[in-house]
Design a binder for this molecule. Structure first.
Ligand SMILES: Nc1ncnc2c1ncn2[C@@H]1O[C@H](COP(=O)(O)OP(=O)(O)OP(=O)(O)O)[C@@H](O)[C@H]1O
Length: 667
């Protein structure tokens, strides 16, 4: 229809006009120049003075253009100055001689369109330039003080841009980029943690600038269950996710094929940073594996960990219980290392946890398979460990940490306030892995290595406002991941029944301590170490279990002396209190025991402490006992020292505190 076509033609014309509009000004300027030349000739054609004035004006205008173009690019400045010089020279000539005189009209007809077109071309090129191309990058780098750096072709993935940066040789270093990260984030209007820099290891002027614009960790993810129930502890432990959705994993045992040692982990974060839930992420993963046992010390009386407690091989509630556990760890290290060595393992591998049926891993001199029980990996965990570490001393802890790694043991240590006044530099250095949650900005240097901070990691920016956000530095993780934030999963009341089920699973299907570990632990801790029990079996002191298992293993059945064969091992022992010794335990008031009686009483008191699992004692534990038996504390102190000389007690790191050596090993 005519109307339609009219409208169509109108809209096409409108469109073209709209597109052409930005390119019209140079042409209008050419027209205006021609007109100015014609009018000027009509007015000043015969005036010599006007000739001088016009020439000076033309030179001044060109100079002013050059000066005004100082802040633009060199190219634009030159283009503008040439245009103005050509235009003003033509106008001057046209005014004085006439626009059609000599070659002036041809110059106008040819030169005018050329100049106008050159500006059009320039504009078109600018519009078509890739906004992520070098120009705009240069703008960004210039803004942040890295003017002569270059950005090469960027790799764009969903929510992640990786741009290789080449810095000006001899002028800029990778450090300059690290220092500029905050300004880059500001220029891009992003949080600091969204911009990171990974320097190339073999160059100090090249690296990758990584920008993760959207915080994909903002969404809270709840824990729903372990990632790999029944798997090996050597497989990755999944504790959350990275900001690009990749799983956040750690490995505790080493892997000889990958040249990786086993590691110890520091869980560091300020109050409210989500440390408790992070520990639950890790502990649930560990407990869901088939070849690991866990010794766990928690001075907060298992407030957060209660549902998992039945799955632990040993649980200590801080104080002396933890002291005994630490002493036991010291004792099991050489025993386990020896066992691993005897069985041809240079470090713990999953195969070590199985019964030893291969001739390659035998402790028998004749080279035949030995059939020894396997040795599960051991995770020893110290929650809120500052006091324990202080009591233990730096040298002792560093020694334990160093030797534990070849004994198939990982230490996990959590700190309430991650800072140097909680843990010394050398102790910190013995923990190669860290899960660094939000903290005070002043403590960042304590939590993370300098290179990771320089690459953009910034846990101090989170404080306690981003619970569960963390950086993980640990062997096995690609180093360029270290500065990428991750987030652990949250535990709510919905997780409790799942954790209880998991603990029951661990009781029934998880590993139990091997005879070597249980024997060494019971040798230090006596009845304080029971080993994990199953839900349906009564608790049996691990010491007994270890001994009987060892005997069974070596002799193919329980070892019983022929004269004891009639004794029922399950029957109760006769109660000592009912025997002839009764008066000793019920002293007459005011009766002062003879020196011999007193020594016997003291020996019995130690025995009682041992039976009750209280393995660390000092004079203050004997206060009531002294009153009851009319004996003095100095007398007790002297007896304690004597007992240490006899080998019944061992000194601890605290003056006046002694560790009872269980009678089984003292004998
Ligand atoms: N990954 C997570 N995602 C979301 N919320 C979390 C996460 N982890 C912990 N939270 C929440 O953050 C709060 C603090 O967590 P939590 O108690 O674990 O911190 P904490 O560091 O152990 O503190 P404190 O040292 O005081 O015990 C809790 O309300 C918890 O539910």
């Amino acid at each position: 229809m005519p109307g339609d076509s009219g409208a169509g033609a109108g809209s096409v014309r409108g469109y073209l006009l709209h597109r052409a509009k930005p390119h019209l000004p140079p042409w209008l300027a050419v027209g205006a120049t021609g007109l100015a030349g014609a009018l000027g000739n009509w007015r000043w054609g015969d005036s010599a003075a006007a000739g001088v004035g016009l020439t000076l004006a033309s030179v001044a205008l060109t100079g002013a253009t050059w000066w005004a173009g100082k802040s633009t690019s060199q190219q634009r400045r030159l283009h503008s100055a040439i245009t103005v010089a050509a235009g003003s020279a033509w106008i001057t000539a046209a005014c004085l001689a006439g626009p059609t005189a000599g070659p002036l009209d041809d110059l106008y007809l040819m030169g005018g369109p050329v100049v106008a077109l050159s500006w059009n071309v320039r504009m078109i090129l600018r519009h078509n330039a890739d906004p992520s191309g070098e120009n705009s990058d240069k703008g960004l780098l210039e803004k942040v003080g890295l003017a002569r750096a270059q950005i090469r072709e960027a790799r764009v993935e969903p929510n992640r841009v990786t741009a290789p940066v080449a810095l000006a040789p001899g002028e800029q270093t990778n450090d300059d980029v690290s220092k500029a990260l905050g300004r880059i984030a500001s220029a891009l209007d992003l949080p600091t943690s969204a911009v990171r820099y990974h320097p190339e290891p073999d160059s100090n002027r090249r690296g990758d600038l990584v920008i993760v614009p959207e915080d994909m960790l903002a969404e809270v993810v709840e824990w729903e269950g372990p990632s790999n129930l029944g798997g090996s502890i050597a497989e990755p432990l999944v504790i959350g996710r990275y900001d690009d959705g990749a799983p956040l994993v750690v490995w505790l045992p080493g892997d000889p094929d990958a040249g990786r040692n086993s590691t110890h982990v520091l869980v560091a974060g300020g109050t409210g940073s989500g440390k408790g839930d992070t520990a639950l992420n890790l502990l649930t993963e560990v407990l869901s594996r088939r070849d690991v046992i866990v010794w766990f010390s928690d001075p907060k009386a298992f407030q957060d960990f209660a549902p998992l407690r039945p799955g632990l091989d040993w649980a200590a509630e801080g104080g002396t219980q933890t002291e005994v556990m630490v002493a036991a760890v010291q004792e099991v290290i050489p025993a386990r290392t020896r066992w691993l060595g005897e069985h041809g393992y240079r470090q713990w591998v999953p195969q070590a946890a199985q019964q030893q049926t291969s001739a390659e891993h035998t402790c028998r001199a004749d080279g035949r398979a030995c059939g020894c029980a396997g040795m599960p990996f051991l995770v020893t965990w110290f929650e809120e460990a500052a006091n324990t570490l202080r009591a233990l001393g730096d040298d002792a802890f560093t020694g334990i940490a160093q030797e534990a790694r070849s004994a198939g043991i990982s230490l996990i240590v959590s700190l309430q306030r991650p800072s140097y006044d909680q843990m010394s530099t050398s102790t910190r250095a013995s923990l190669p892995s860290v899960i660094a949650l939000g903290c005070d900005p002043r403590d960042e240097g304590f939590c993370l290595p300098d290179e990771v901070l320089a690459a953009g990691a910034h846990p101090g920016a989170w404080g306690n406002r981003r619970p569960g956000y963390c950086y993980v530095v640990s062997p096995g993780i690609a180093e360029d991941r270290y500065p990428s934030p991750g987030r652990t999963r949250r535990f709510t009341h919905r997780a409790v029944p799942v954790m209880e089920l998991l603990a029951t699973w661990a009781q029934r299907n998880g590993a139990t301590a091997d005879p070597v570990t249980a024997g060494a632990a019971a040798g230090v801790a006596g009845t304080a170490y029971t080993g994990r029990t199953t839900p349906d079996a009564p608790q049996q002191p691990a010491r007994l279990r270890a001994v009987s298992e060892e005997d069974d293993m070596q002799h193919g059945g329980p070892l019983v002396d022929p004269e004891d064969a009639h004794i029922d091992p399950e029957a109760d022992l006769p109660d000592a209190l009912d025997g002839d010794d009764a008066p000793i335990f019920a002293p007459e008031p005011g009766h002062k025991p003879s020196p011999e009686e007193a020594r016997e009483l003291f020996a019995r008191a130690l025995q009682e402490f041992e039976e009750n699992g209280q393995m660390i004692v000092g004079p203050k534990d004997f206060m009531d006992w002294c009153d009851r038996h009319n004996l003095s504390r100095p007398w007790v102190s002297a007896r304690l020292k004597e007992a240490a000389l006899d080998g019944r007690l061992e000194p601890t790191n605290t003056t006046g505190r002694w560790r009872i050596v269980p009678t089984l090993t003292a004998a």
